[in-house]
Design a protein around this ligand. Structure first.
Ligand SMILES: Nc1ncnc2c1ncn2[C@@H]1O[C@H](COP(=O)(O)OP(=O)(O)OP(=O)(O)O)[C@@H](O)[C@H]1O
Length: 255
């Protein structure tokens, strides 16, 4: 399978600091890549560059061979690069199903005026229900989004991201802020998405057991630079990576 996403010498300076420094990677179609690195390594900044929230100082981003470096986030989503919604994109006073339905509707480009006939759009509802099943949230379809637990809200965000039907999913720490009990469910959700084999997934995470279980490959950022990129078993044995983590995240890395 060919590369779906590539970066070449991707670099950004922020406030006099090079947050991402000359990163060149290639991600194959349907691949599951994790991005790890100590706090401040540049992981989120790298994601912001991929999704278009930030523009690089130098370098380029290619999607299936097309240069998308100067495209807006919306246009990148249209082309197939989807990033998980933040809680702020969720309508708190709509039900879970209505939130996902609106995301499906926006992807399908159905016009606002047609919203009143929305219940007739069986296929839209069906798609929304499928996405909710995949994220194990179908039992909460009728609940108001504001009444969900933190973990359930993260699942809803993922369902809304799935609704955009992008080939690439960028998941930025989906377990952030979750209680220990909530984590296995989100791992299950991401595993389900992976098992469907339809998407390329790029995941930022700190939880090493989750990364080891899900990833085809792991890239390690350190001080904005690409320290290593390879299969999980190679990465955990990599001495440079181990010593980088000795700086403070050693326990996390070996957990
Ligand atoms: N807007 C900004 N202006 C100046 N510096 C920034 C800005 N955004 C990020 N940085 C700096 O860039 C570096 C990389 O930050 P980034 O948030 O990408 O790291 P990270 O690997 O995602 O960290 P964490 O694991 O803590 O989320 C940090 O030193 C951070 O302070």
């Amino acid at each position: 399978m060919g590369n779906i996403l590539e970066t070449k010498d991707l670099t950004i300076r922020l406030g006099g600091h090079t947050a991402v420094d000359g990163v060149s990677i290639a991600i194959q179609e349907k691949h599951f890549k994790a991005i790890i690195g100590p706090n401040g390594a540049g992981k989120t900044t790298f994601f912001n560059l991929l999704s278009g929230q930030l523009s690089p100082t130098k370098g380029s981003i290619m999607l299936k061979g097309e240069d998308i470096t100067s495209l807006s986030p919306t246009n990148r989503t249209r082309k197939g690069v989807g990033r998980s919604f933040q809680i702020t994109n969720v309508f708190p006073n709509l039900t879970v199903l209505e939130n996902v339905r609106l995301a499906v509707q926006s992807q399908a480009g159905i016009r606002y005026q047609m919203l009143r006939h929305f219940s007739r759009f069986d296929s839209v509802v069906k798609k929304a229900e499928d996405h909710l099943k995949l994220v194990l949230l179908d039992s909460k379809a009728g609940s108001l989004a504001c009444n969900l637990s933190h973990g359930e809200k993260r699942k809803l965000e993922i369902a809304m991201l799935l609704a955009l039907e992008t080939e690439i999913l960028l998941l930025d720490e989906p377990t952030a802020g979750m209680s220990v009990e909530e984590v296995p469910a989100i791992v299950e959700v991401i595993k389900n998405i992976k098992l469907r084999g339809e998407r390329t997934i790029v995941l930022i995470e700190h939880k090493m057991d989750m990364i080891m279980e899900l990833s085809d490959s792991i890239m390690v950022l350190f001080n904005g630079q690409l320290l290593a990129d390879g299969p999980p078993d190679e990465i955990v044995k990599n001495e440079t990576v181990q010593s980088a983590y000795l700086g403070g995240l050693y326990n996390e890395f070996t957990a």
